[in-house]
Design a protein. Structure first.
Length: 122
């Protein structure tokens, strides 16, 4: 999997965001074992300490957990995963609406455009 880091945003933060997205999307499925810190760091091209710090934050957020000698695993807690999806969806809707407001669309215009788009994809 490819890692694309942006300038001006701390790498640590970008790793957390990317790992969160991979968990939310199922690339790292519930209960699935994560690659080792070294393997993830090598894949991302970052220092293992940076990767370790990001994974520790994911543990703090309860998205992953460590098993002493077995490694790290994605949570299987449905409530945590459902909350993750809701938080991400809200963030993306806010970004989406903000961009459309900037081009002059009202809330009603946005709702109508989404309604038409949903009808078109059915």
């Amino acid at each position: 999997m490819e890692w694309n880091f942006k300038n001006g945003i701390p790498i640590y933060t970008q790793i957390i965001d990317e790992m969160t997205m991979r968990i939310a999307s199922g690339q790292y499925p519930p209960g699935g074992k994560l690659p080792s810190v070294r393997d993830l760091a090598l894949e991302a091209g970052v220092n293992p300490n940076t990767m370790q710090r990001a994974l520790a934050e994911l543990e703090r957020r309860e998205l992953v957990h460590s098993e002493r000698t077995s490694g790290r695993f994605v949570t299987e807690e449905e409530e945590i995963l459902n909350t993750l999806h809701e938080v991400l969806a809200k963030r993306y809707f806010e970004e989406f609406a903000d961009k459309l407001h900037k081009i002059g669309m009202s809330g009603e215009d946005i709702a109508e455009a989404v309604k038409r788009w949903l009808e078109d994809i059915r």
